[in-house]
Design a protein around this ligand. Sequence first.
Ligand code: FPP
Ligand code: MG
Length: 300
Amino acid sequence: MSGLAQLSQVLAALVLVAAGYVVAVGSGSAASWPLPLQQQCKRAVDRGAKAVRNAAVRVVRQGQIPAHIAFIMDGNRRYARRLQQQASMGHTFGFHRLESVLEWCNELGIAHVSVFAFAINNFDRAAEEVAALMALAKDKLQELAEKSDLVRQHGVRICVIGNRRLLAEDVRRVVEAAEQATRGNTGMRLNVCFSYAATDEIAAAVRRVVEDVEAGRLPEDKVDEQALERRLLIPGPPLDILVRTSGQIRFSNFMLWQTAKMAYIRFVDVLWPEFSFFQMFCILVSWQLAHSRIQQRKCA
Ligand code: FPP
Ligand code: MG
C-alpha cells in the first residue's frame, strides 16, 4: 500500500476514535467513564497520533529531502505572556519545541539545521532576560551534548555560530565543550546561531578576505562571491528552506546571504512554542512541490 493510502486510512481511524473521545471529554461525559476506559481511549488517541506522524514522515521521505533548513524561533515571550508567565519561561518552552523540531528533522533525514537562538541585538534586552537566556543556553547546550538521544543515538554534531567575543567566558567554555564533545559526529549538523547577526557574519568574512589577500593566501584577482562565501560562518549546503514563526514578516538580520540564493521562505502565523509537526509537514510538502520549479530558476 502506498504511503499516502496508509496515511489516509490511519487518519480516518484516528479521526473516528479521537472524535468520539474528544466529544465525550468536551461534554464532560468522559469523566464519568470508568478510569481504565478513559486511559484506553487516551492511549488509542496517542497511538493513532504517532501512527499518523510516522506515516507522514514516510510520505515526505518519498520525495526530495531538503539538505538545509533554518528556523527563526520567534514568539516565545508572547507565548509566555499569554500563559501569564515570565519571558524566561517562554524561552524554556521554546527550547522544548526546538528539541521536538530537531527530532522531526532527524527522522526526516535533513542533514543541516540552523536555528536563530540569540541575535547580537538581543544583548539590548532587559538584563534579567539576557541573563536567563545565557543560563538556558549553558544548561541546554551541555544537556544536548552530554545526555540527549539526538547526540548519543543519532550522532548530531553541534556547531555554535556567531560572534564569540561578545560572550562571557563561562558561556564560551560551554559552547566550546559542546562543540568538542560532538566534533567527530557524522549525523545531522545543528548550527546554533548564538550572538549572531548576518551583517556581522558578512563583515567578518570581508575582514578574512582582506587578511588573506594581505598575507598572500588569496590572489587579489580571486576576490569574488565564492571567496567571500567560503569565509562565512555558516558552512554546508545552500539553504533550502527558511521558516519564521509568530506571524512577523521580516528576516531580523538572519542568514541574509544564504536566503538570497533561492531559499524557500515561509512565515507561519503561530508562536514558536506552538509550531506543530503538521505545520512542518505542510511546509516540506509545499517545498517538494515547488522544488523542481526552484531548481529550474536556479539554473536560468
Ligand atoms: C525569539 O522570541 C526567541 C529568542 C530570542 C530566543 C530563542 C531561544 C530558544 C528557543 C532556546 C535556545 C536554545 C539553545 C540551545 C541556545 P522573542 O523573545 O522575540 O519572543 P516575542 O517575539 O514574543 O517577543
Ligand atoms: Mg520576537
